[in-house]
Design a protein around this ligand. Structure first.
Ligand SMILES: Nc1ncnc2c1ncn2[C@@H]1O[C@H](COP(=O)(O)OP(=O)(O)O)[C@@H](O)[C@H]1O
Ligand SMILES: [Mg+2]
Length: 345
């Protein structure tokens, strides 16, 4: 057995949090309650409330300038809220008894001393945090950087830098991970790896909160998403909850008026396009087909429109996210946060 709080020899962050661990550490929940931050006249974060549960990956989504980083900074005690609270395990970050063992955080692409190796970089962190030096090698292995452990960080690729930053967040074997745009600058292979890694960490019972301005980066890994726009909560829930009620049955035919009437009579809402195509707000395609049959209406097309999360995200954020998920992650292709604010309000 190990002393409380001491990682066992050879143990990595890749172990499941067992029951005593959980009890000792707290519930691992993140609670943001009515959080507000005003910079000058700008409400960067505006009455924001959401919770993040352990054992899952939560995507924190919003266009550049939405207030994601400011929210995460408040959660980490780096920015003082104008109003409201943000807690982990029920307490503010600065009141956590063992912050490094509770929360691992990476806010932006970390900078490393160019002449230090990845291993040296992490060993310095270990020394500063009172963690055993061997932990540096352990976390490097976790993120797949063992081969590059003794290479100077100036020779690291963007993907390697992201992995090294991630390794640093894992040093204290934290229960909660808060990562700001961790997929930025990663190639598709790097993003795939990151997704698997998040899954693995969540599977161990950890709480993972990952921000992104690119829906596609989190879509396949997030159990839940919290969508932010202009500092305000737009939507929060599972992807299934978000897609509920968004289904559309598309109907085309030479003379749809009788069907339209029948649909209205049956309580279906919908719209008619300029070319006469009916768009019925339902996923009950069989019922629509039956009404057409019952009213002798000739159909040339009857199909269920696939739920398009991309489209939903786009509409929820008023298209401010500049084609999220469409650009294939061109490094440096997006403006820094704040640069897109001109004329936005
Ligand atoms: N320290 C600060 N001083 C003034 N304005 C800031 C500061 N930090 C962020 N902002 C502004 O707050 C808004 C939200 O920024 P940010 O939280 O970085 O958004 P995101 O991370 O979603 O891109 C932006 O308009 C940004 O310019
Ligand atoms: Mg940001």
């Amino acid at each position: 057995m190990t002393a409380p709080g001491q990682p066992a020899p050879g143990q990595t962050a890749g172990r499941a949090l067992n029951q005593p661990d959980r009890q000792r550490r707290g519930d691992g929940r993140i609670v943001v309650d009515n959080l507000t931050k005003v910079f000058g006249t700008q409400r960067a974060v505006d009455s924001l409330s959401f919770t993040v549960e352990p054992g899952s990956v939560t995507g924190f989504l919003g266009p550049n300038g939405a207030g994601k980083t400011t929210t995460l900074r408040m959660l980490l005690g780096l920015v003082r809220p104008t109003a409201g609270t943000a807690t982990v395990n029920g307490v503010k970050y600065e009141s956590l008894a063992r912050p490094l063992q509770t929360v691992g955080a990476a806010l932006e692409a970390a900078s490393f001393h160019p002449a230090h190796t990845g291993l040296q970089h992490l060993k310095i962190y270990c020394a500063a945090a009172g963690l055993p030096a061997r932990r540096a090698g352990e976390v490097l292995e976790l993120v797949g950087l063992t081969q590059a452990a003794k290479k100077k960080t100036k020779g690291y690729s963007m993907g390697m830098r992201q992995r090294l930053g991630l390794a640093a967040t894992l040093l204290g074997d934290p229960q909660v991970l808060i990562l700001d745009e961790p997929a930025n600058g990663l190639d598709p292979e790097g993003i795939r790896w990151l997704r698997g890694f998040f899954r693995h960490l969540a599977g161990e019972g950890r709480t993972i909160l990952v921000s992104s301005h690119q829906l596609a980066e989190v879509q396949e890994v997030a159990d839940r998403v919290v969508i932010l726009n202009r500092g305000r909560l737009v939507r929060a829930g599972t992807l299934g909850e978000l897609s509920a009620g968004t289904a559309v049955t598309v109907v085309r035919g030479p003379a749809l008026a009788p069907l339209q009437q029948a649909l209205a009579g049956a309580g279906f809402g919908g719209t008619t396009d300029q070319d006469g195509t009916l768009r019925v707000r339902t996923d009950r395609i069989a019922q629509v087909g039956h009404l057409a049959f019952a009213h002798g209406v000739e159909l040339h097309e009857l199909r269920l429109e696939e739920f398009d999360l991309e489209q939903l995200f786009f509409s929820l954020t008023e298209g401010e996210h500049q084609g999220a998920g469409l650009d294939q992650g061109v490094p440096g292709g997006q403006l820094p946060a704040g640069n897109q604010q001109g004329g936005a309000r």
